[in-house]
Design a protein around this ligand. Sequence first.
Ligand code: MEV
Length: 439
Amino acid sequence: MHNKTISGFSKLSKSKKIDWIVNTYFSNQDQAKTILKQYWNSDEKLQQLHDEFIENTITNYYLPLGVAPNFLINDRMYAIPMAIEESSVVAAASKAAKFWLDRGGFKTSVISTTKIGQVHFMYRGDTTHLKHYFNTVKPQLLEAVKPLSKNMEKRGGGIQDIELRDKTADIPNYFQLHVSFGTADAMGANFINSCLEQFAKTFKAEALNFEDFSAEEQQIEIVMSILSNYVPDCLVRAEVSCMVEDLSDSKTIAPEAFANKFVQAIQIAEVEPFRAVTHNKGIMNGIDAVVLATGNDFRAIEAGVHAYASRNGAYSSLSHAKIENGIFTFWMEIPLALGTVGGLTNLHPLVKLSLEMLGKPSAKELMQIVAVAGLAQNFAAIRSLTTTGIQEGHMKMHLMNILNQFEANAEEKINLVNHFKTHTVSHSAVVEAIEKLRQ
Ligand code: MEV
């Protein structure tokens, strides 16, 4: 066995895990241990809570939690919590919030909330027999998940439909039970997956008793049962609009010219995938940060959103803009399957705090807030890109990061921030300026 492998790692205590990892992979073992322990919470119960979120925990990995205030959404004010490591994102969101606060704010609506799960299976036989079986067994399928769906129905969710889908044009013998769900305020992954696994069990077992099936047809082979993170029918819309002439707040560009350039930038992202990916990445800067702060699964959101961005066969912009009758409108419709109950939402103290900051939103309300964070982020990025360029803002933050890296004191910071108002920021230029100042 290679000397850097181990068996039974998960069974070791936390401190033994740390001993092994530090002894095996670090040259300065004391330093590695000190860093790992620096990030432990001194409150043992809180630390244990975090230890138990995942397996093999050795420490905590911090992300900053920032706040973007001044969001007016459907005439209600919000301060939006954002967990993100990238500088400029919270500043950009706050700036966009303030800009639109003076122009009527954001308007949002939830278009749909349906989630999808599938039982993928193989069936060898006559398709009309299978259709007959499906129609016969459907009430039994629904009955079998009653213990699971009863509670969800009380909360306004449940199973909306089960369809049999013939996928044999893609793979021989491949069929699906394609199930749509409502999950109320829960993201619903556990509910959906539990229902699907029960459907699969009942579907397979009842086939053995179905008289119209031949012996071969009775042998339904379940491949897997799992929810889909593609949720094109769990859609939310966010929009801002104002008279073109009210778009001005910049000294460098007239409002009409800005509006036109903005629309051009969006059109480019609509037709050019290389630009669309970066454009949408900017949207996700806002979305992921709120998704993470509110304890939702950002990987699921990312996967679903990007799939949606390619729904017409080519990857394209999630946001759109137009000028009509002197009115500038900028909007986005995106799929967001979010929850405000269950999962981390009841467990992580900062998630609870973030949800409270947002006024304990329903899942539908959170969908709207998150969409707004994405649209605001996109507005700020396109505004910078089409006017001053993106580097101006980034470099200010970059400057602070470098100053912090060099442990600049308050006086040095003031001095150097001033200096770089009229000089171009680059890593070497900042280092040089610090060294000069310290001589
Ligand atoms: C950087 O994180 C995001 C941007 O590149 C987005 C964009 O280009 O639209 C600024």
